[in-house]
Design a protein around this ligand. Structure first.
Ligand SMILES: Cc1cc2nc3c(=O)[nH]c(=O)nc-3n(C[C@H](O)[C@H](O)[C@H](O)COP(=O)(O)O)c2cc1C
Length: 187
């Protein structure tokens, strides 16, 4: 994760290409209920204010606020409940969102988001995935996002500042040993 960005913009066409590639992620039933909403300029500044992230990041990681783009991955559960009501998928009760043990709209959104993080890295850009902890619905309403579409966090994108260093939780915690988390045949 990058938490110290340069304000250098990402050219619009580059951003469009990045998002078009990132969306080509696995999708349950090919439902494709994941959307990206890219925020720049005044719209981005309003998003920072509405969510209180301007204060939060200014206190702890002010370099995040220089990012020229924030992408909101959004999940549309109804795309999945209607797809799983179709003949080839019906019979499991999945036309009702509350019956999903694993809500695939979140799985799909996470997969597309990881694509975006990997692509950013490949293109020499920096990215930070972060949670929206305050006023998320208010921010979505301001952006015209329909009420039945869910936020699943945000991705700040931009050019990494030369002095960007390992920060956040990864500074104080190390990667767990492989044998703690990779299991063979039993937990
Ligand atoms: C679901 C999720 C939520 C996260 N939320 C935040 C966040 O709100 N703020 C932040 O700075 N980093 C956040 N991170 C980034 C993690 O702190 C980071 O991935 C982890 O410390 C490992 O660091 P690395 O990705 O740089 O290797 C989040 C990551 C995930 C997957």
């Amino acid at each position: 994760m990058t938490r110290n960005f340069l304000p250098t913009p990402i050219p619009h066409d580059d951003l469009v290409e990045l998002l078009d590639l990132a969306r080509r992620a696995p999708s349950a039933g090919y439902s494709q209920g994941v959307h990206f909403l890219a925020l720049t300029g005044d719209t981005l500044q309003r998003f920072w204010r509405t969510t209180g992230a301007d204060e939060w990041f200014a206190d702890v990681q002010s370099g995040v606020l220089a990012a020229p783009v924030v992408v909101l991955p959004l999940a549309h559960p109804a795309a999945y409940t209607s797809r799983y009501a179709e003949g080839d998928k019906a019979g499991h009760g999945l036309e009702l969102a509350e019956n999903w043990e694993v809500p695939f709209w979140l799985t799909d959104a996470a997969m597309a988001t990881e694509n975006l993080l990997l692509l950013a890295q490949e293109r020499g850009l920096g990215a930070l995935y972060f949670g929206i902890f305050r006023n998320a619905r208010v921010a979505l309403d301001e952006l015209g996002v329909p009420g039945n579409v869910l936020q699943v966090g945000a991705v700040a994108l931009g050019h990494r500042a030369p002095d960007d260093q390992v920060s956040g939780s990864a500074r104080t915690r190390s990667r767990r040993d492989r044998i703690e988390v990779v299991h063979h045949n039993s937990w």
